[in-house]
Design a protein around this ligand. Structure first.
Ligand code: MN
Length: 199
């Protein structure tokens, strides 16, 4: 289990008393939806999948409280935070930014966004990912060390969140490597699924 997140993202695991959430950004054009295949990313030998619940912001949020945070959620999607882990490791070791490891072309495939009025406020939902039909990651969003409202509240102390912003949250254990030709399916029960095949 790790720690990180897209447009601002967060992962599951760790001790919240020790470690605050770690945020990073992906460019807006990294987000792709309803694609069948994407080119295998360049410059990596260690492409990793991280299935995550994605929050779509529907209302400006600046320094909001945990109690106010749910009101800022427009809807949910399921996404895959694709990561060039080899480049991320090198960047971490060198104390350099993560952009080339996290913010590359097609690095944020997501499902359709579903309105919170349809899904309800998610507190408990199974999240999973398969590669070529075999389960790699499985968990429950109830186990995120920073829940959705806490993530929004914390992030809103750094940035003004705006309608259209997408927040990738955390990923359960089991992140792993992807190869050319793999078909990846990420699912959040009660939300949707996202399917990506790599050329
Ligand atoms: Mn992630």
């Amino acid at each position: 289990m790790g720690k990180n997140y897209a447009d601002h993202a967060v992962e599951m695991g760790g001790d919240p008393n020790k470690e605050p959430p770690c945020f990073f950004s992906k460019p807006a054009d990294a987000v792709v939806s309803e694609v069948d295949t994407i080119p295998f990313p360049s410059r990596t030998r260690e492409l990793h999948h991280e299935v995550e619940l994605v929050l779509a912001i529907g209302k400006e949020a600046k320094q909001v409280s945990v109690e106010e945070a749910p009101d800022c959620v427009f809807g949910y999607a399921v996404g895959i935070d694709l990561t060039r882990r080899d480049l991320q490791t090198a960047a971490k070791n060198a104390g350099r930014p993560w952009d080339v490891a996290k913010g590359f072309d097609n690095s944020a495939p997501i499902s359709a966004i579903h309105l919170i009025e349809e899904t309800g406020y998610l507190e408990n939902a199974v999240i999973s990912l398969t590669v070529n039909g075999k389960t790699r990651q499985q968990g429950n969003i109830a186990d995120m060390i920073w829940n959705v409202s806490e993530v929004i509240a914390e992030l809103s102390t750094y940035f003004t969140l705006c309608p259209g912003d997408l927040i990738f949250t955390g990923t359960p254990a089991g992140v792993g490597i992807l190869r050319s030709g793999d078909e990846v399916v990420g699912i959040v029960e009660g939300v949707d699924k996202v399917t990506v095949r790599f050329e």
